[in-house]
Design a protein around this ligand. Structure first.
Ligand SMILES: [Zn+2]
Ligand SMILES: [Zn+2]
Length: 335
């Protein structure tokens, strides 16, 4: 029998201590702007905490995010083709499912179980979305549920305004960090910590692979009318930026617009348009009332593509123990 990994059997507190805080591993603090640039590649880079800058946007650190938006304008130069649009749509769908099914319902809420291989596969696909690593994502999301729509919520539109809840909050030094104490159950997996630490690696590899695919298709199937640049711009930049803005509508719009079925303490709403856009996440009032369910559309007519995908994965034996919506929850529903 193989020797068990001590981090796998350690209690949560010990697991976090054993892997070290991110601030203790990378030598003395770097000064701005070096720290910002280095953190593009290695999120464990030691940073000096300057309280007055904690809630201000760090534009240098955020430069790649801005650059990705500008890169979408490349569609003017590269043109468009059906194959490039198909790849962009397919990558939107697969990655949205990885975010909603795994970053959200699995990593953040533990709404079902799966194998370590499937866990890593979807962590990898999630990491390609340029929404940071699974530990960062889950840690911030758990905080959102703990203090929803209070000043401690990282992204409440009612407290901080629309723009801040949509794009501002995660561009600040306070929210760059991953608080491992919030995700001890995930931090015990070394492969997830590596993904979290080098969170730009997977998206860069995806971008390179898409460019290479475009070049290959240009040579072996010129009738498709695509190119390396076209595949890069549509498949990576446009798809990723649309995916990003669709995802964060749940932070900004789903706490403002829609119906409230449950009397939660927050402002969460059920919104069918957002549910369609985000594969089921728009049933956000349902979700805030009972976050532990693997299903967010509580009624049969509440379209929840992620739930259908998870059901299919369960039938194939890839996931198990999908947590249902309890009867007492449905009994409290208004409508
Ligand atoms: Zn919410
Ligand atoms: Zn949630």
């Amino acid at each position: 029998m193989a020797t068990p990994d001590p981090l796998m059997i350690a209690p949560p507190e010990r697991a976090v201590a054993a892997i070290g805080g991110t601030a203790d591993r990378a030598g003395p603090p770097l000064s701005w702007p070096l720290r910002s640039v280095r953190r593009w590649f290695d999120t464990s880079t030691t940073v000096e905490i300057v309280e007055r800058r904690e809630d201000r946007i760090d534009w240098l650190r955020a430069a790649p995010f801005v650059a990705m938006h500008l890169a979408c304008l490349g569609v003017i130069l590269v043109g468009v083709s059906p194959v490039a649009l198909t790849v962009a749509c397919a990558l939107y769908c697969v990655r949205m499912f990885a975010l909603t099914g795994f970053y959200h319902r699995y990593f953040s809420h533990r709404a079902f179980q799966t194998s370590r291989a499937v866990q890593f596969t979807f962590a990898l696909i999630g990491a390609s979305c340029v929404q940071r690593g699974p530990l960062w994502w889950a840690a911030h999301h758990r905080q959102h549920h703990r203090v929803t729509d209070t000043p401690s919520d990282p992204h409440s539109p009612g407290i901080h305004g629309f723009l801040w809840s949509h794009v501002g909050w995660f561009l600040t030094p306070r929210n760059f960090r991953t608080d491992l104490a919030r995700v001890p159950d995930l931090a015990r997996y070394p492969e997830l910590r590596v993904l979290d630490r080098y969170d730009t690696l997977v998206p860069v590899l995806l971008a390179v692979a898409l460019y290479a695919l475009g070049v290959l298709l240009q040579h072996i199937a010129p009738q498709l009318g695509t190119s390396g640049g076209q595949m890069l711009v549509w498949g990576f930049f446009v798809s990723t930026i649309v995916l990003f803005h669709a995802t964060v509508t749940i932070n900004s719009l789903a706490h403002r617009y829609g119906k409230r079925r449950f009397e939660t303490k927050d402002n969460s709403r059920n919104n069918v348009w957002l549910a369609l856009l985000t594969f089921g996440e728009g049933w956000h009032n349902n979700h805030h009332f009972f976050p532990g369910s693997s299903r967010q559309g509580f009624r049969w007519w509440e379209v929840d593509l992620t739930w259908y995908g998870l059901k299919l994965m369960a039938m194939l034996g890839l996931v198990r123990g999908l947590k249902p919506v309890p009867v007492w929850v449905l009994a409290k529903a208004r409508g």
